[in-house]
Design a protein around this ligand. Structure first.
Ligand code: FAD
Length: 460
C-alpha cells in the first residue's frame, strides 16, 4: 500500500491541473485515470477534437466565399480520413504532453478505474492506495434521452459525431446548445443537410436571448435549419435510414422527420458511478452532482470534488480553476473561483461568447441596469474581413460596473477576455471605454458598446 498526500481521481482538465498544481505545492500526488489516456473529455472527445474539426471545416467552407476577394478555387474536395487523422494527431500529442507534465512534476499516474472503499483509501484493480486527501474529478458524460438508444453508428452522442467515417446526407441534431450547434456546423460545412431540433422556442438556452437570436439568424444564413419547440420521441431504423418522431411541444401533435444520422446533444450528466459515494455518505444533489462547500470538500471530510461532477458551468477552464483553488486551499493558501466571471464560448461561425448576467436574469432579479450595444456591421475591421454578422452587448449597473457581456461575432471568444478581465477587476464601462483600442480591430466594438452604455457611442 502506497501513501499519498493527495490522490486525484480523473485525469481531465480539472484533475490533471489539480494534480500538477498540488505537486508544485510540495504534495506527494497520484492521479488515477481509467480511459487509457490523460486529458479527460476535453482533450479526447470534447473541446480539442471539436475545435480541430471546426477549424478544418471552416477552412473548406471559406473556399466558397473567396470569389468576392477575386480568388477562384476549383476542384476543392474533402479528404475526411486526412481531416480525422489531423484531429487524431492533435489529440494524441496533447494527451501525451500531459503524461510528460506528470513526469516533470513528479505526479504518479495510476491507470485504471478507481473506487473509494473508505475515506483515505483509493482502490484501483486489486491495489489499495492510502491518501490523506482524495479529490474526485470524474467529470461528465452525454445525457441520454429516455427510450433513445445511442449506438454511435446512426444514433450518435457527441463522441460518435466527432468520428464519422463519411459526411451524412441529412444529420438531425437534437438540442440547440453549444455542442449541438458546433458539431452541427462542422457537418453542415462539409456538405450535410443539418436540421437542429430544440425543445425550447429558442437556441442556446442560458445565453442572453438577444445574442442567441443573432446567432440563430447567422447560423441559418450558413445553412443550418432550425425546428424549435419540438421534442424527439422515437427513432425508427428503416431500410433508407432513420425516421424520427417529433412531438410539437404543448400542441399534442406529432411530426415525422427523415434522417440518416441523428446526434443527441441534450446536455451532460456527472459521472460518479462505481466510486462508492453512497456507501461513503458523500451527498449528491437531485441531478447527481456532488455537493461541496466553499473549499470543495464533500460531506465527508478529506474527500473533495471539482469540475463537471459538481454543480456549476460544465466547462474545461472552470474545472481547472476549481482544481487549482481546491489544492491551494489544501496547501493553506487562499483559493477562490468567481463563478460570475467564468466565460462561455460557442465556437461556431460566428462565435458566441458570454460572461456574467444575461439581460433576462437582471430583469428577473429586478436589478437596475443599462445596456450598451454595438453591431459589427459598423466596425471597419469587420467590414474589411467580411465578418459583419453579430454585435457586442454590455450590461452595466447604475454605477457603470459591468454585470454581463455577450458577443455574437467573429473572434467573440477572444474579444470576451477583455470584458472578463474588466469584470474581474471591478471595472466600469467608462474605464473600458477610456482604454485605447487599436484601429482597425474587432475589439473597437467592445469599446463602442461600453460607450453606448454611457449614451456616447461614436460610430452608431
Ligand atoms: P472530464 O474531462 O470529463 O474528465 C474526467 C476524467 O475522469 C475522464 O477522463 C474519465 O475517464 C475519468 N474517470 C471517471 N471516473 C473515473 C474513475 N472512477 N476512475 C478513474 N478515472 C475516472 N469545454 C470548454 O471549456 N470549452 C469547449 O470548447 C468545450 N467543448 C466541448 C465539446 C464537446 C463535444 C464536449 C463533449 C465537451 C466540451 N467541453 C468544452 C466541456 C469540457 O470537455 C468539460 O467541461 C471538461 O472536460 C470537464 O473537465 P473535468 O476534468 O471535470 O472532467
Amino acid at each position: 500500500m502506497s501513501a499519498y498526500d493527495l490522490i486525484v481521481i480523473g485525469g481531465g482538465p480539472g484533475g490533471y491541473v489539480a494534480a500538477i498544481r498540488a505537486a508544485q505545492l510540495g504534495m506527494k500526488v497520484a492521479c488515477v485515470e481509467g480511459r487509457g489516456a490523460l486529458g479527460g473529455t476535453c482533450l479526447n472527445v470534447g473541446c480539442i477534437p471539436s475545435k480541430a474539426l471546426l477549424t478544418s471545416s471552416a477552412k473548406y467552407a471559406e473556399l466558397s466565399h473567396l470569389s468576392s476577394h477575386g480568388i477562384a478555387v476549383e476542384g476543392a474536395s474533402v479528404d475526411l480520413g486526412a481531416m480525422m487523422g489531423r484531429k487524431h494527431k492533435i489529440v494524441g500529442d496533447l494527451t501525451k504532453g500531459i503524461a510528460f507534465l506528470f513526469k516533470k512534476n513528479g505526479v504518479d499516474l495510476i491507470e485504471g478505474w478507481a473506487s473509494i472503499p473508505a475515506a483515505g483509501q483509493v482502490k484501483v484493480g486489486d491495489d489499495l492506495h492510502e491518501a490523506r486527501n482524495i479529490l474526485i474529478a470524474t467529470g461528465s458524460e452525454p445525457t441520454p434521452l429516455p427510450g433513445i438508444e445511442i449506438d454511435e453508428v446512426d444514433v450518435l452522442s457527441s463522441t460518435g459525431a466527432l468520428s464519422l467515417g463519411a459526411v451524412p446526407e441529412h444529420l438531425v441534431v437534437i438540442g440547440a446548445g453549444v455542442i449541438g450547434l458546433e458539431l452541427g456546423q462542422v457537418w453542415a460545412r462539409l456538405g450535410a443537410k443539418v436540421t437542429v431540433v430544440e425543445y425550447l422556442d429558442r437556441v442556446l438556452p442560458g445565453i442572453d436571448g438577444e445574442i442567441a437570436k443573432l446567432a440563430q439568424r447567422a447560423l441559418s444564413k450558413r445553412g443550418l435549419k432550425f425546428q424549435l419547440g419540438r421534442a424527439l420521441k422515437a427513432v425508427e431504423k428503416t431500410s433508407d435510414g432513420l425516421t424520427l418522431t417529433l412531438d410539437r411541444v404543448g400542441k399534442d401533435k406529432e411530426e415525422l422527420l427523415e434522417a440518416d444520422k441523428v446526434l443527441v446533444a441534450v446536455g451532460r450528466r456527472p459521472v460518479t458511478r462505481g466510486l462508492g459515494l453512497k456507501h461513503l455518505g458523500v451527498e449528491v444533489n437531485a441531478r447527481g452532482f456532488i455537493e461541496v462547500d466553499g473549499s470543495f470538500q464533500t460531506s465527508v471530510p478529506g474527500i473533495y470534488a471539482i469540475g463537471d461532477c459538481i454543480p456549476g458551468p460544465m466547462l474545461a477552464h472552470k474545472a481547472e480553476e476549481d482544481g487549482v483553488a481546491c489544492v491551494e486551499m489544501l496547501a493553506g493558501l487562499a483559493g477562490h473561483v468567481d463563478y460570475n466571471t467564468v466565460p462561455g464560448v460557442v465556437y461556431t461561425d460566428p462565435e458566441v461568447a458570454s460572461v456574467g448576467q444575461t439581460e433576462e436574469a437582471l430583469k428577473e432579479a429586478g436589478i437596475d441596469y443599462r445596456v450598451g450595444k454595438f453591431a459589427f456591421m459598423a466596425n471597419s475591421r469587420a467590414r474589411s474581413t467580411g465578418e459583419t454578422d453579430g454585435a457586442v452587448k454590455v450590461l452595466a449597473a447604475a454605477d457603470g460596473k459591468i454585470l454581463g457581456a455577450h458577443i455574437c461575432g467573429a473572434h467573440g471568444g477572444d474579444l470576451i477576455a477583455e470584458l472578463v478581465l474588466a469584470m474581474t477587476m471591478g471595472a466600469t464601462v467608462a474605464e473600458v471605454a477610456a482604454t485605447c483600442h487599436a484601429h482597425p480591430a474587432m475589439g473597437e466594438a467592445v469599446k463602442e458598446a461600453c460607450l453606448d452604455a454611457m449614451g456616447r457611442a461614436i460610430h452608431a
